[in-house]
Design a binder for this molecule. Structure first.
Ligand SMILES: *[C@@H]1O[C@H](CO)[C@@H](O)[C@H](O)[C@H]1NC(C)=O
Ligand SMILES: *[C@@H]1O[C@H](CO)[C@@H](O)[C@H](O)[C@H]1NC(C)=O
Ligand SMILES: *[C@@H]1O[C@H](CO)[C@@H](O)[C@H](O)[C@H]1NC(C)=O
Ligand SMILES: *[C@@H]1O[C@H](CO)[C@@H](O)[C@H](O)[C@H]1NC(C)=O
Ligand SMILES: *[C@@H]1O[C@H](CO)[C@@H](O)[C@H](O)[C@H]1NC(C)=O
Length: 363
C-alpha cells in the first residue's frame, strides 16, 4: 500500500528557475488536489512558484492558503477538499524553498518584503484584486507582512496556531528573546532556531528524519517543552534516533507523502526561514514597514492551538490577536498541538466557513 502510494507520486522534473543550479524536483500530490490545476509562475524577481489554483465562482472570494515549516501545499489537503466544491477560489502555493517552488540557498532572499512581493505577483497573474488569506506557522508571518505591505490586496486574515507577528517582533536579538521566553514561560520555546541555523543542520535532520518527524507530530506535545524547544535539545533527541508515537490524524500514507516531498527538495532552503530570524535579516527588513500599517486594517480570525507549546497560543498569541486589528477579531480555540488544520479539520473548516460567510464579502 505504502509502496503503491509512493510509486504513484507523479515526479516531474522541469527546468529550474534562475536560482536553482539543476532541476527542480516536484511532487504532484494526490486527491483532493486535481493535478491539472497546478500552475507555475516566474515571479518578478525571476524565481519559480508552483501553486494550486481553483477559480472562484462569480461573487465568491478567493482564499489564499500559506503553509509553514516543513511543508508544501499538501498541508492544506483538508481545507482544499472542503472549500474547492463550495465555489471559493483557491490559491495554494508551495512557499519559497519547498515543493515545486524555487529553493534558493541565500537567506537574504527569504525576507518578508521579497516573499510578499512574490505572493502579490501570483495574485496579479491570477487577476485577483483582493483575497482572503489563511495561514499557519511561518505562513502566518508572511500573512502578517502582506497586511503590513499590501493591505489593499486583502479582505481579511485568518491565522492558525501562529498569530499576527507584529513589525517589531524580530527586532529583539535572539539571545534576548530566548531569555524573555524563559522568563515568561519557564522554558526557552525557540532554542531550536539556533540548531536550525547551524551549517549542516539540514543533513543532520534528514539523517534522523523519522525521529524528527515523530516529535514534530507527537500527540504528547509536552515532549516539545523538554526535547524540542530548549537550546541543544532537538539535536540531542534526534541524533540517537529516539522514536515516539506519532499522531493518529496523519495516516502512514500521508506521512510518507509529506516526508518524501521534503526529502526531495532538501532542508537547506527551508531552514532559511529560521536563519533570517535567528540572525538580523528579518528584523532589519521589517524596519521598512509603514507605521500606519503596524496594525491590520481588516477582519482577523485566530485559531488557537492550545497544546502547542512552541508557538504558544494561550499567553502570547490569543492576547496579541485581540489587539492585532483595527477591525473585528474572531478567536476560536482547539485542544490541539501545532498542526491544528490537520488535527481538527472539520472544526477548523467549519469555523473558517462561518467566519468567511459572516464577513459578507463580495469579490
Ligand atoms: C524568469 O524571468 C526572468 C526575467 O524576469 C528571466 O530572466 C528568466 O529567464 C525567467 N526564468 C524562467 C525559468 O523562465
Ligand atoms: C480537474 O480539473 C480539470 C480542469 O478544470 C477538469 O476538467 C477536470 O474535470 C478536473 N478533474 C476532477 C477529477 O475534478
Ligand atoms: C540570557 O541569560 C543568560 C543566562 O541567565 C545570561 O548569561 C545572558 O547574558 C542573557 N543574555 C541576554 C542577551 O540577555
Ligand atoms: C491526545 O492528547 C490529548 C491531550 O493530552 C488527549 O485528550 C487525547 O485523547 C490524545 N489523543 C490520542 C489519540 O492519544
Ligand atoms: C537519546 O537522547 C534523548 C535526548 O537527549 C534522551 O532523553 C534519551 O535517553 C537518549 N536515548 C538513548 C537510548 O540514549
Amino acid at each position: 500500500m505504502l509502496f503503491q502510494v509512493l510509486s504513484s507520486l507523479l515526479l516531474t522534473l522541469t527546468a529550474g528557475a534562475s536560482s536553482a543550479p539543476a532541476l527542480l524536483p516536484r511532487v504532484d500530490v494526490p486527491a483532493p488536489f486535481n493535478s491539472s490545476l497546478f500552475k507555475d509562475l516566474n515571479v518578478s524577481r525571476g524565481l519559480n512558484y508552483h501553486y494550486y489554483s481553483v477559480p472562484a465562482d462569480k461573487g465568491k472570494p478567493t482564499l489564499l492558503f500559506l503553509h509553514g515549516f516543513p511543508s508544501t501545499s499538501y498541508d492544506w489537503r483538508h481545507q482544499v477538499a472542503f472549500f474547492q466544491d463550495k465555489g471559493y477560489g483557491l490559491l495554494v502555493p508551495d512557499m519559497l524553498g519547498y515543493g515545486g517552488t524555487s529553493k534558493p540557498l541565500d537567506p537574504q532572499l527569504y525576507v518578508s518584503s521579497l516573499v510578499t512581493r512574490d505572493i502579490i505577483d501570483i495574485l496579479d497573474a491570477e487577476k485577483i484584486e483582493q483575497a482572503v488569506v489563511v495561514a499557519h506557522d511561518w505562513g502566518s508571518k508572511t500573512a502578517s507582512r502582506l497586511a503590513n505591505y499590501f493591505p489593499e490586496r486583502f479582505l481579511s486574515y485568518a491565522f492558525l496556531a501562529v498569530g499576527y507577528t507584529k513589525p517589531t517582533l524580530f527586532a529583539t536579538p535572539f539571545e534576548e528573546s530566548l531569555n524573555l521566553s524563559k522568563a515568561v514561560l519557564g522554558y526557552d520555546n525557540h532554542g531550536y532556531w539556533d540548531f536550525f541555523s547551524t551549517e549542516g543542520a539540514d543533513q543532520t535532520i534528514l539523517e534522523h528524519f523519522d525521529s524528527f518527524w515523530d516529535l514534530f507530530y507527537t500527540n504528547d506535545t509536552t515532549k516539545t517543552i523538554t526535547d524540542w524547544s530548549p537550546l541543544g535539545a532537538l539535536e540531542a533527541f534526534i541524533t540517537n534516533d529516539t522514536r515516539v508515537t506519532p499522531v493518529d490524524y496523519v495516516t502512514p500514507e500521508e506521512r510518507a507523502i509529506q516526508m518524501e516531498a521534503i526529502r526531495q527538495g532538501g532542508l537547506a532552503a527551508p531552514l532559511n526561514w529560521y536563519k533570517i530570524v535567528r540572525g538580523t535579516l528579518e528584523g532589519q527588513d521589517d524596519q521598512g514597514i509603514p507605521q500606519e500599517n503596524a496594525l491590520i486594517h481588516g477582519p482577523v480570525f485566530f485559531g488557537a492551538a492550545l497544546r502547542d507549546y512552541i508557538s504558544v497560543s494561550a499567553p502570547i498569541y490569543l492576547a496579541g490577536a485581540l489587539v492585532s486589528s483595527t477591525s473585528t477579531v474572531t478567536t476560536r480555540e482547539y485542544n490541539s498541538g501545532h498542526w491544528v488544520q490537520l488535527a481538527f479539520p472539520e472544526e477548523v473548516n467549519g469555523d473558517l466557513l462561518q467566519w468567511i460567510e459572516g464577513l459578507g464579502l463580495v469579490a
